[in-house]
Design a protein around this ligand. Sequence first.
Ligand SMILES: Cc1cc2nc3c(=O)[nH]c(=O)nc-3n(C[C@H](O)[C@H](O)[C@H](O)COP(=O)(O)OP(=O)(O)OC[C@H]3O[C@@H](n4cnc5c(N)ncnc54)[C@H](O)[C@@H]3O)c2cc1C
Length: 424
Amino acid sequence: MIQPGSKSLRKIAVVGRGTAGSLAAASVSRLHPDGDHELHHIYDSRIPVVGVGEGSWPSLVQELRKLTDLPHETVQQRLKGTRKYGVAFEGWGRRNRDFTHYFTPQQVSYAYHLSADLMENLLRESTNAHRIDARVLDIERVEGGAEVTFEGLPPERYDLVFDARGFPRELDPGRHIEISFIPTDTAVIRRCPAIVDEEKEGPVRQHTYTRAVARPHGWVFVIPLTVHTSYGYIFNRGVSGLADVEADFDDFLEADGVSEFEQRAVIRFPNFVDRQIYDGAVARIGNAAAFMEPLEATAIVSAQLQIGMVLNMRLNRPAEHRERDAPVANRFLIDNMLRYGLFVGWHYSCGSVYDTEFWRYARDRAWPRFRAAADPGAVDCAALSKFDEMIELLNRPVIDKADWDRMCGVPLTSYAQMSQGLGV
Ligand SMILES: Cc1cc2nc3c(=O)[nH]c(=O)nc-3n(C[C@H](O)[C@H](O)[C@H](O)COP(=O)(O)OP(=O)(O)OC[C@H]3O[C@@H](n4cnc5c(N)ncnc54)[C@H](O)[C@@H]3O)c2cc1C
């Protein structure tokens, strides 16, 4: 296939080697049709990656197969992974009933639970890049491209820069859309012994689920890998104190029969979407572009969308369309990130089995902000009306077959399962 944009995409930089940067660098190596392009993979080895992205969506299974050229079975084993068929919700909603949000088709489509570090290693093997270990001071648009300035090295000019430097230091209302209707902002991460055994030959075929367990101060995720099981307590530091959360985490693990754990990290996170994800020369990707708490594991799939959109557009469209294409791509990406945000925030709309300060805050104060936060006048995209359309569809006595494939970030089947489970 002729890719007219490839001639103006000779020199590319990816800044960051977390999940997002690693995916971008491997994607450039895989998708660029000309072997003589130049790819610089830049990172500061003194700045650690977040590295806790261990849940995914089914599109990652296909993507890793394509990027690595390895069979699915090998990829899964290299990731010390298990097959994730959905998310098992415990204690959520008003029905006092546990339920599962399956990927569709149910019991067929699966994603991975994966070790983020091992995925970075795997992707590095598929990346053909000049690696630069240096701190980036600035990435600035210049005529026809972008310039990267470094600490201790001369600046370099690129045709396209993927900025995967992770969370912004602080949110700026002029630059970021704050997803204020999501009620959580901090995670305590613990690592516990594996509950799924590695198979002697071949990958683990057993169906596994991410558990999302409602707790008095928020919720706990449980992600089973073959090397360890990851636990994370997600809460709001303005509502609950860390000591109370740790104590409830201890109770939860004890009730779960887990007698030993390694305390890994306490991570603060923002819930936001950058208003300028792609400007024609710089593409923010991963946690630099958008983030929302990990309830539906939307971060890796968001990075895939951002990278795929920008790279395919740049390769397949002639250079003269670039300035016109950029705002269209930017709006598309913001719209999709906000759709994920609305889907995730909606999970809190019916509370949980706990009538605690956190759950009252989540249901009665945070979630009701969604209309103001996603107002089209404030965010310049139609995510809110698309979300409303999904809810309206769910309320119809019969959903017409023509609507079965509708999506708003995620498929209608996901909305239907959550609506049933939560008791919306
Ligand atoms: C509690 C929690 C749970 C999560 N669970 C999931 C999940 O289940 N599924 C999922 O999809 N996602 C999950 N995520 C999201 C996960 O963080 C992301 O998928 C993933 O880590 C992407 O991060 P990143 O690559 O954008 O940034 P990071 O991992 O932060 O990497 C940033 C990179 O940029 C480099 N860097 C930074 N500044 C500079 C500089 N000035 N110069 C040079 N290099 C620099 C660093 O060295 C690093 O390599 C979770 C996040 C949190 C907080």
